[in-house]
Write a protein that binds this ligand. Structure first.
Ligand code: ATP
Ligand code: MG
Length: 348
């Protein structure tokens, strides 16, 4: 019997930041370790998604490799054969299935995608690409090619999972059983548990989440920031004029964000503290500068030790893992693609 498939990926469009690390990479690795005895876990690097928004192409190849290195440095067991780590563009079926599926997806339904609206609103008109518009269909291909049942989705991706399900059901209805329909959003949340909700906020604008595509990067702590640069970003984080530490996401979003960040980096630095313990420790403190210094020191310690681990990662081991996973991924993806090609009349 084939095992059910869990699939997830983190876009390599820029350096990863601490939100990606604590909100995606660590939970993914934890999940992969726990589930790999019963499931196939497909971790892929969505490199074709990288330039749906403008990037520096000179850095892309490095970012892709770095993405894989970060997984290894964060503890992904590369010797587990039930965990596949592959690059999207090394499996050409992703592109081909997208071109086919495009013809079964309505312009109107795609126009409703809020991520497209949000992302395109941040770009001048001539920089909004057809690729950005088509992002959800490529994502549907990423999922459907591998018959994936479980895909962890944050709020920004729920609509994309829904459209994937719609496309799969539509194609199955028209052509017979072509695709495994992934589980609906509520079931995904049940399966993956609480970590999906974590959202680290931008340090300069703590009402919005930290994002890699942020133009300035001033409120974003990248995993590649020097400990000293990260320290400065924490020290200049936006707070409020209330002047007392209190965990209140509405009235004091900046301070609340720093309390959450402090808890996460303390945990990463090996101290078993809960958010509530951190809150209890600092509530009422009237000197934001002192509080920020504590967060900044803890962050500097985390980055220094993470970067030391990253430097130890062996590129040959990573490449061997990628290449062997890509052979397997091509086999599975090409089987699905052939089913679709036959169904639409391209093959007999
Ligand atoms: P972009 O600006 O290109 O959309 P991003 O920083 O939002 O980049 P994504 O590639 O969209 O990152 O998301 C990668 C993963 O990181 C997803 O699982 C997403 O939920 C998670 N993630 C992104 N930003 C944060 C954040 N600020 N806090 C926690 N998790 C996050
Ligand atoms: Mg995003």
């Amino acid at each position: 019997m084939t095992r059910p498939v869990i699939l997830t990926g983190v876009r390599a469009n820029n350096d990863l930041h601490i939100g990606n690390y604590f909100g995606a990479i660590l939970p993914i690795i934890d999940m992969a370790r726990r589930r790999s005895a019963e499931y196939t876990v497909n971790l892929f690097i969505p490199d074709l998604h990288s330039f749906t928004t403008p990037i520096n192409h000179d850095q892309l190849f490095d970012s892709i490799m770095n993405n894989a290195r970060v997984y290894a440095a964060a503890g992904l067991p590369l010797d587990d054969d039930a965990i596949q780590l592959y690059r999207q563009s090394y499996v050409s079926a992703h592109s081909e299935l997208t071109i086919i599926l495009n013809n079964f997806v309505g312009f109107g339904e795609m126009e409703r995608m809020t991520q497209f609206k949000d992302k395109s609103a941040k770009l001048s008109n001539d920089r909004v690409s057809v690729g950005l518009f088509d992002y959800p269909v490529l994502m549907a291909s990423d999922i459907l090619l591998y018959n994936a049942m479980y895909v962890p989705v944050g709020d920004d991706q729920t609509q994309h999972l829904e459209i994937t399900r719609d496309i799969a059901e539509r194609m199955n209805h028209k052509f017979g059983e072509l695709f495994t329909v992934p589980e609906p959003v509520a079931k995904q949340h049940q399966f993956f548990g609480k970590d999906q909700g974590l959202r680290i906020k931008d340090l300069q604008n703590p009402t919005k989440k930290m994002s890699k595509s942020d133009e300035t990067g001033k409120g974003v702590i990248f995993l590649s920031d020097t400990p000293d640069a990260a320290r400065k970003k924490i020290m200049s984080a936006a707070t409020d004029s209330l002047g007392r530490v209190h965990y209140d996401k509405e009235a004091q979003p900046g301070i609340s964000n720093l309390l959450e960040i402090l808890t996460l980096v303390r945990q990463a630095n090996g101290r078993a503290v809960s958010l509530q313990q951190t809150i209890d420790e600092f509530t009422g403190l009237e000197r934001y500068g002192k509080f920020k210094t504590i967060v900044a020191d803890e962050m500097a310690e985390f980055l220094a030790s993470f970067q030391a681990r990253l430097a130890q990662v062996d590129d040959d081991t990573i490449l061997r893992k990628l290449e062997s996973s890509e052979i397997t991924a091509n086999q599975t993806a090409n089987q699905t693609l052939l089913r679709v090609q036959k169904a639409v009349g391209l093959r007999c």
